[in-house]
Every structure is written in structure tokens, then in C-alpha cells.
Design a protein around this ligand. Structure first.
Ligand SMILES: NC(=O)c1ccc[n+]([C@@H]2O[C@H](COP(=O)([O-])OP(=O)(O)OC[C@H]3O[C@@H](n4cnc5c(N)ncnc54)[C@H](O)[C@@H]3O)[C@@H](O)[C@H]2O)c1
Length: 436
């Protein structure tokens, strides 16, 4: 059993803290957001993540998980302090480190005993050294005994608990091997590969992994666009490619492109880092450009199908950046809505989890109770997020409700032949119009 403090109670901090508590550790989860902390104390979670509410309740009841705003309380007996605060994009695409700095400084003000500070936030290469400097500077005059370890997080929203409890690997980086080995002990019961390396390499592993996954998606989307023009079906192309063991099937689903809280900001931050240090990230720039175009192309196809988008009513199914999360940060749906509204279209939309967040961000939008209400009187229906509940809709009813039966299946969820037989004009991604 170890004493752990986790700073930040967002997707990463809350999952990390709760899972460490569930593994038997004593955990303080700390946040500067007063409302978030008082809600968490009442069992109200700031995010939707399957299974998390129950796991939080269980560990709070067992006395292993405590929520606080007070750094002194959270760090009093802590041997480990995980920094899991946000690192959003700055004005130039760089990772904004103001929250990491604030956390590091607040830690320094409280430590009077040996502490391992662990960066779980996704931070630019070199940030571990920078955090050590921030702590040294802030604590000058104090006798400090600390080490900094990088421990990038690879969990996916929607399956975060499982990803934490059964990770493909844990990556730890430090100049202090002993500190890294002590952090490794925290993960031993997970029985997964643990890679211990230096600080900068660990930080780069996180960015390289996300950039690579984003590249696979942009790659298949580029192929999808060619398929549309050349009469091939990208889904079968992806299966045929994926059967090659060197390639594999993951992240080869053509669609409206990648979004979310990580890929967009991390690819941008990596490209920014590269330029700042004199290298040319040409591939990363292309990966981002393909992704942007994927949204524009969807709007272009709707415009072509409807003549003009001005005063047309478009229904959007799905708002979160992927299913089983309420996260709408950089969600393709939101960018498409923005582009459509810009051309004069009116939007009706529904999402099982992301309506509240969307209502806060977009004002001119009619949020509906279900997919059928969305379909009422629309000129086109766009599937933006492949939630399970959209898999088997009653398309006869939808056809009757729509003003013009145009469907853009942005996630290749539905069967084109069936929908065309019902009288819809169906567009998928990478499924040639005259072919499939
Ligand atoms: N969301 C993901 O799926 C995911 C996956 C892997 C890595 N990451 C990385 O993990 C980090 C956190 O991401 P997130 O999605 O959990 O962020 P988030 O925005 O959901 O949560 C961040 C939390 O930190 C709190 N915070 C900010 N400054 C603070 C401070 N000084 N002290 C205490 N709390 C503070 C905020 O109030 C907020 O509750 C980011 O660097 C992100 O790139 C995220």
C-alpha cells in the first residue's frame, strides 16, 4: 500500500486516482475546481466514463479515495504525486504548460519529505527536466528531496478503467532509476510490460504513439477518398490490408477523421516541437491537413447533394468525438456543424451523452430527445458518432420523417444497399457511389 496524491480530476486524474485506490493504495485526488471537488464528494462525476461512478463510490466507501482542494492535506503523507492536469493547445499549437507549472509550484510549497513527482499529463519532450527546474527554483532555500518521473498515460476515453487496469504497457522515464523503479512497483500487480527509460524518451513515446495512430486514420481516409473516385470499397481495402500481420486492423476505419482531447493537440504540439528544434515535420502537417479536409469534404458532399446548404435543415446523429464518452473537445461533429451553419444551414442534433456540453458551446442548435426527432423535416441526416443505439434505427420511419432522404454515413455504420432500396440517397466514406 502506498500513499498517492493525484493532481487534476479530469479523465486521466480521476481514473488514475480511482484505479490506484482500487488496487489498495491510499489516494488523495486533488483539484483546484471547487465545484468539481464538492460534486465528487457527493458522488457526482464531472465526466461520463463507463463503470467509473461505481468504482469511485466503492473506493470512497472503503476510505481509500478522498477528494480535496487542499495541497497540504493531499501531500501530507504522499510518497508519490501524479500531475494529471490539462495541457491544452496554446496559440501557436504548442502545449500550454501553465497548469503543469502551477501544480509543480503548489507541490513545492507543501513538500517537507521525500517525494516522487510523476508527470502523467502529456507534456513536450524536456518538460520533466523543466518541472525539476521549476521545483528547484520555487523551493530554493528549502531542503528538497524529490525526483521527477515521466509516466505518460495511454488510456482511451470510453474504456479508461480497463485500459488502466490492463494496459498494453506502462512507460516510465527518469534520470533517477531508483525513483522510476519505485513507481514501477505501483503497477506490478497489473502484470503488464513496464518499460523504464530516460525522461525525454518516455515523453517522446507518448507523442510518437498518438501521432502514429492519427497517421493511420489519416492514411485510410486518404485512401477512402480515392476509393470514392475510383470505385473501390475502403472497408474491404482495410480488411485486406489488416490481414497482413505487419499492418494489423486497428485504426484503419475511414470516417470523418480523428478528434478528441488528445490527437489534435498532441499532433499539433509534436509538429510545433519539431519546428522549434529545426526539423521539418512534413508527414505530421499532411496528417493534420488530411484530417481537416475530411470534415470539409463531408460538407462539400452535402452541398452537392442538396444544391446549396443555405436554409437547409441538417440532422446530426452523435456529437461526442467517439462513442461511450461525453467528450466533445475537437469533435468532428462540432466542426461540421460550424461549417454547415456558416453556409446558412439549420442544425438539429442528438447524442446520448454529449448534449449538455454541446449546448454550452453552440447556441443556434436544436437539440432533440432521440434520432427520430432529429429526422423530422431535415434535408439530410449525418451520422457523426457511431453510438451503438444508432446501429439499428427504424429507417422506414426515418424516411417518412425526413424532408429529403439524404444520408451521409460518416462512420460507415449502415448498409448502403438497404438504405438505397428504401429510397435514400446514401453516401458513406470511401464507398464509391456507383459501386456500393
Ligand atoms: N483524456 C484522455 O483521454 C487522455 C489520455 C491520455 C493522456 N491525456 C493527457 O492527460 C492530461 C489530462 O487530460 P484530461 O483529459 O484528464 O484533462 P481534463 O481537462 O479533463 O482535466 C484536467 C483537470 O485538472 C484540473 N487542474 C488544472 N490545473 C490544476 C492545478 N494547478 N491543480 C489541481 N488541479 C488542476 C482541472 O480543474 C481539471 O479538473 C492531458 O495532458 C492530456 O493530454 C488525456
Amino acid at each position: 500500500m502506498s500513499n498517492i496524491c493525484v493532481i487534476g480530476t479530469g479523465y486521466v486524474g480521476l481514473v488514475t486516482g480511482t484505479c490506484f485506490a482500487d488496487l489498495g493504495n491510499q489516494v488523495f485526488c486533488l483539484d483546484i475546481d471547487d465545484e468539481r471537488v464538492s460534486n465528487l464528494r457527493q458522488g457526482i462525476l464531472p465526466i461520463y466514463e463507463p463503470g467509473l461512478e461505481q468504482l469511485v463510490a466503492q473506493n470512497v466507501r472503503a476510505g481509500r479515495l478522498i477528494f480535496t482542494r487542499d495541497y497540504a492535506e493531499a501531500l501530507k503523507d504522499a510518497e508519490f504525486a501524479f500531475i494529471a492536469v490539462g495541457t491544452p493547445s496554446g496559440v501557436d499549437g504548442e502545449a500550454d504548460l501553465q497548469y503543469v507549472r502551477a501544480a509543480a509550484e503548489a507541490i513545492t510549497d507543501c513538500i517537507d519529505h521525500p517525494l516522487v513527482v510523476i508527470n502523467k499529463s502529456t507534456v513536450p519532450v524536456g518538460t520533466g527536466d523543466w518541472v525539476a527546474e521549476v521545483i528547484q527554483k520555487r523551493g530554493s532555500g528549502k531542503k528538497l528531496d524529490f525526483a521527477v518521473v515521466s509516466n505518460p498515460e495511454f488510456l482511451r476515453e470510453g474504456s479508461a478503467i480497463n485500459d488502466f487496469m490492463s494496459p498494453d504497457r506502462v512507460v516510465l522515464g527518469s534520470l533517477d532509476r531508483d525513483a522510476a523503479s519505485r513507481v514501477a512497483q505501483l503497477y506490478l500487480s497489473l502484470r503488464c510490460p513496464i518499460l523504464i527509460t530516460d525522461l525525454r524518451t518516455a515523453e517522446m513515446i507518448k507523442y510518437a504513439s498518438n501521432a502514429f495512430l492519427a497517421t493511420r486514420i489519416s492514411f485510410i481516409n486518404e485512401i477512402a477518398n480515392m476509393c470514392e473516385e475510383l470505385g473501390a470499397d475502403v472497408r474491404e481495402v482495410a480488411v485486406g490490408m489488416g490481414l497482413d500481420k505487419r499492418i494489423g486492423t486497428a485504426f484503419l476505419d475511414a470516417g470523418l477523421g480523428w478528434g478528441g482531447s488528445c490527437f489534435p493537440k498532441d499532433v499539433k504540439a509534436l509538429a510545433h516541437m519539431a519546428v522549434l528544434h529545426g526539423t521539418q515535420p512534413q508527414l505530421l502537417h499532411a496528417v493534420m491537413e488530411i484530417n481537416r479536409n475530411q470534415r470539409r469534404r463531408a460538407v462539400m458532399r452535402l452541398r452537392r447533394a442538396l444544391g446549396s446548404l443555405n436554409e437547409k435543415v441538417i440532422g446530426i446523429l452523435g456529437l461526442s468525438f467517439k462513442p461511450t464518452t461525453d467528450d466533445i473537445r475537437d469533435a468532428p461533429a462540432l466542426e461540421i456543424i460550424h461549417l454547415l451553419q456558416n453556409e446558412g444551414a439549420h442544425i438539429r442534433a442528438y447524442d446520448p451523452q454529449a448534449m449538455e456540453g454541446t449546448a454550452r458551446l453552440i447556441t443556434r442548435i436544436h437539440l432533440c430527445e432521440n434520432p427520430y426527432e432529429v429526422a423530422e423535416g431535415v434535408d439530410a441526416l449525418v451520422l457523426a458518432t457511431e453510438w451503438n443505439e444508432f446501429k439499428s434505427l427504424d429507417f422506414v420511419r426515418i424516411r417518412e420523417l425526413m424532408r429529403t432522404p439524404v444520408i451521409l454515413d460518416g462512420r460507415n455504420l449502415w448498409e448502403p444497399e438497404r438504405l438505397r432500396a428504401l429510397g435514400f440517397t446514401y453516401f458513406g466514406i470511401g464507398r464509391a457511389v456507383n459501386h456500393k
